[in-house]
Design a protein around this ligand. Sequence first.
Ligand code: PLP
Length: 449
Amino acid sequence: MTELDIKTLQALDAAHHLHPFNDNAALAKKGTRILTRGEGCYVWDALGNKLLDAFAGLWCVNVGYGRKELGAVAAKQMTELAYYNSFFQCTTGPTVRLAAKLAELTPGDLNHAFFTNSGSEANDTILRMVRHFWAVQDQPQKKIVIGRHNGYHGSTVAGASLGGMKGMHAQGGLPIPDIVHIDPPFWFADGGDLSPEEYGLVAARRLEAKILELGPDKVAAFIGEPIMGAIGVYIPPHSYWPEIERICRKYDVLLIADEVICGFGRTGEWFAGQYFGFQADIMPIAKGLSSGYIPIGAVMFNDRVAKVLAEQGGELAHGYTYSGHPVCAAVALENIRILEDEKIVERCKTDTGPYLAKRWQELADHPLVGESRIAGMVGALELVPKKSERKFFDERGKVGVMCRDFALKRGLILRATYDSMLLSPPLIISFDQIDELADKTRGALDDTA
Ligand code: PLP
């Protein structure tokens, strides 16, 4: 692409394209970066810069870029049957095969799938599903869903309400009624003198306190990301999730684990529930389901929920034109085949994952780094003003953006949330690429310090 082509595209972008999660006026002045190509763990921009993508697009390109098999499967399905819906007592082969494959792959008795186009739509679906679940069992008052401050569950009205991002709530009058939030588990900022494991129990018991305050007969479900991604990769202590599960069982509150980021190998297990040792009743998935090659998400739910919905639920008054789209389903199936055949999740657990963890943890010795956290292939560096104190910068985010920009100059895509530098590379990353990633991150930290 010539400089003129790039300038033309940037001008058209500024004039006609509103970017998600961006200050669009500032972006128009700066000029958008245009990406043109991807191969393995690298993407190229229109200027020809080769960038190591330590963020897998947006936590999604688990099998890496440029997989011809996925394109071939999409082309074949488009030629055979590009579209049919699952509405009017119909469906397609890939849709059903994907539902069955997901039932086999997901833990416990999450044997049922409802298809969506995204993680946000999955969480919208879940809000209606859990309220309907209790209502048809003569408990319409059991409708409050508890989420967590700073949680992220998508951008639709229900998704953003279930999430706990203040900036999102401020636009559009959210959250919608009967959604409340408790504090998330973040030992670095909140753990005080407790050990992480002691703190994990304390943080989980906030859920119990909230259920008792509201009344267990009013609480339909609890939703959380096993690892809170968007806010800065908060990895809870191992004591947290089993205690959350115990509390949910005690008060008969449905447990929703939002595996949109963690699912499909990110933690070195297929799902983070397996990493932390707990079992969800309902599980939204997206992103790694197709490695981001095509939009698709799903709600996986267990036999209990399925039985109630089937026997008492009546007609499900909910669905999307593209629920279970055959092309998306075919691509997702092929993506899962690649993950399985190439043993990508296993490699991430026993081979490249531990090496990435070692190299990432070594960065904790840098003067700017207050904490290095990682689980499988998702992690963060917490940049701090004073290494000896677990405290944030007064002006949060400025240093993180500097570090992100220095990384980019060195040919590395890292994302910053405030001053947390986030890590989520394609799961196929090699040992050499891990070295490149760690060396460039250290270089960016040096540039920033
Ligand atoms: N849930 C979690 C945990 C996410 O991280 C995201 C997106 O980042 C979503 C839901 C929303 O997914 P989507 O952007 O596909 O709507």
